[in-house]
Design a protein around this ligand. Structure first.
Ligand code: ASP
Length: 440
C-alpha cells in the first residue's frame, strides 16, 4: 500500500463545513495518512485570509497600536470560534487563541504571528480526523541564509516514522535562531512536499479550489485547455511566471525522489486533476506548448558599449553593482556590444534604480545606458518546443499579428521556454494571442 500526503490550501480550510468536506476526502482513502494544512483562506470574494489578518496584527503590534491589534485579533478569534462550532468538536479554541495573543504581545515576532493560522488550523483538522498533531517545528529547519535546510528531509523521516498518521501545519518551521520562521507566501505547498519526501510518499496530493493547471489564466482566456500532466520543470517555469496554482519551489523536495504531485479540487474531488511528474508522457509533437503565463512590472536596464565582447569582466562588474544592493535579475539577454538586465520593479524602489545606474556608469563606462520600465514578461513553456521546427516563427507571428511590440526576447538553454518582454498593458493580449496560436 502506498502513502499519500494531502495538503489542503486556504480555501479548503476556509470554514468548518469545508474542513469537514476535506476530512471526508482524507477518510475516503486509507492511503491518505499525512495531512498538511494551510490557514483558513477566503470564504467569499472580498473576505480576508487569516494569514493576512495575522500580518496586519503584527504590523499593528510593531507600530505600538495595541487597540488596532486587538480589533484585528478579535476577527481571527471570531473565525476560529466559528470553525470550532461548525465542526462540532470541543477544541478549547478560546484558550489556544488567548495563548497566541499573549505570545504575540510578549514579542514572539512577525513570523510566529503569521504562522498561527496554520498552527490553529492544524489543531482543528487533527481533532476532526482524530489523528495526532505534529508541529512543523519538530522537523522543518531553515539555514543561515533563511532557505530550507537539507537536514529537514532526514529529520522529517525520523519524526514522522513514529506516527502512522499525522496532521502537520504548513508554511513554517524553525529558523537558525530557534524561533518560528515562515516560508514565502503560499509556502504551505512546500511543507506538503517536505512531508511527502520525509515519508517517501507514492503521491503528493495538493488539494485546492481548481481542478489543476490550465494552459493559461482562465481570467484571460475563456475556458482554456486543461493540462493533464506536466513535468516538474514545466511546472516550475509556469508557476514562477504567475500560474498561481502551486508554489514554484514546491517541486524541489519531491523532485529528486521522483514523487508525483497531483493537483486536486476539494470542491470537485471526482475531477482527474493535473499530475506533475519527472517526465511527461504527453505526445510532444501534438503538444508543442504546455502553457503560457505572464507577470507584470519589470524594468529592463540596457547597456551599449563598443567592443564589449572583448572586455573581460564587463558583465561581472555590472552584476557586482546590483549584487551590492541585494538586487537579483530575472534575465540577462545580450548581444555583441549590448547587454540588458531584466529586474523585478520591487527591487528598484526608493531610489535604488538611480543609484544602481550611476554606479554601473562608474564601473564600466558604457556608451549608452537606458531603461525601459513597466515591462511584462510572458513565458511560453513546453518541452515540445525543442522538438518542433518553426515554433518561434509561429509565436512571433502571432504576437506581431496582434499588433504587439516585443521589447525583449530570451530563450532558456533547455529550449523549453521562450520569454518575451512587452509593455505591461499588452500582457493579457499577448498571452491570449500566443494561446490562440497553439491551442485553437
Ligand atoms: N497561509 C499562507 C499564505 O496565505 C501559506 C499558505 O497558505 O500556503 O500565504
Amino acid at each position: 500500500m502506498g502513502i499519500k500526503v494531502c495538503k489542503f490550501g486556504g480555501t479548503s480550510m476556509a470554514d468548518g463545513n469545508v474542513i469537514l468536506k476535506a476530512s471526508k476526502i482524507v477518510e475516503a482513502d486509507a492511503e491518505r495518512r499525512y495531512v498538511v494544512v494551510s490557514a483558513p483562506g477566503k470564504r467569499f470574494g472580498g473576505d480576508i485570509k487569516v494569514t493576512d489578518l495575522l500580518y496586519k496584527c503584527s504590523d499593528e503590534y510593531e507600530s505600538g497600536d495595541i487597540g488596532a491589534f486587538q480589533n484585528t485579533f478579535e476577527k481571527i478569534r471570531t473565525r476560529f470560534l466559528g470553525i470550532e462550532k461548525e465542526v462540532g468538536k470541543e477544541l478549547n479554541m478560546q484558550s489556544a487563541l488567548d495563548l497566541v495573543e499573549k505570545e504575540i504581545l510578549n514579542g514572539a515576532g512577525r513570523d510566529y504571528c503569521a504562522s498561527r493560522g496554520e498552527y490553529l488550523a492544524g489543531k482543528v483538522m487533527s481533532a476532526v480526523l482524530g489523528v495526532p498533531f505534529v508541529d512543523a517545528t519538530e522537523f522543518v529547519r531553515f539555514d543561515e541564509e533563511g532557505t530550507l535546510d537539507e537536514k529537514t528531509f532526514d529529520l522529517a523521516k525520523e519524526v514522522l516514522s513514529k506516527y502512522p498518521r499525522a496532521v502537520i501545519p504548513g508554511f513554517y518551521g524553525l529558523g537558525i535562531d530557534g524561533k518560528v520562521k515562515t516560508f514565502s507566501r503560499g509556502g504551505g505547498d512546500i511543507s506538503g512536499s517536505i512531508v511527502a519526501r520525509g515519508v517517501m510518499a507514492s503521491l503528493y496530493e495538493n488539494w485546492t479550489d481548481v481542478s489543476g493547471f490550465y494552459a493559461c489564466d482562465p481570467r484571460i482566456v475563456d475556458s482554456p485547455a486543461w493540462i493533464s500532466e506536466l513535468s516538474y520543470e514545466e511546472l516550475r517555469e509556469l508557476s514562477y511566471m504567475g500560474a498561481n496554482v502551486l508554489h514554484s519551489e514546491s517541486i524541489f523536495p519531491v523532485r529528486s525522489a521522483g514523487i508525483p504531485i497531483r493537483i486536486c479540487n476539494t470542491f470537485r474531488p471526482e475531477d482527474a486533476g493535473t499530475y506533475i511528474v519527472k517526465t511527461s508522457t504527453r505526445d510532444l509533437r501534438e503538444n508543442v506548448v504546455t502553457g503560457v503565463a505572464g507577470k507584470k512590472d519589470f524594468t529592463v536596464i540596457s547597456l551599449e558599449k563598443s567592443m564589449m565582447n572583448n572586455e573581460v569582466g564587463f558583465v561581472q562588474k555590472v552584476l557586482a553593482v546590483i549584487g551590492k544592493y541585494g538586487v537579483s535579475f530575472e534575465h540577462l539577454p545580450s548581444g555583441v556590444d549590448t547587454m540588458s538586465l531584466v529586474i523585478d520593479n520591487a527591487y528598484l524602489k526608493n531610489g535604488v534604480q538611480q543609484t544602481i545606474i550611476e554606479e554601473i556608469k562608474e564601473a564600466v563606462h558604457p556608451d549608452k545606458i537606458y531603461t525601459h520600465e513597466n515591462i511584462a514578461l510572458i513565458a511560453t513553456v513546453g518541452y515540445g518546443m525543442a522538438k518542433n521546427v518553426g515554433t518561434s516563427a509561429r509565436l512571433f507571428t502571432a504576437i506581431s499579428n496582434a499588433g504587439i511590440n516585443v521589447i525583449m526576447i530570451d530563450q532558456g538553454s533547455s529550449e523549453m521556454n521562450i520569454i518575451v518582454g512587452v509593455e505591461n498593458e499588452d500582457c493579457a493580449k499577448c498571452i491570449s494571442a500566443i494561446y490562440n496560436e497553439f491551442f485553437k
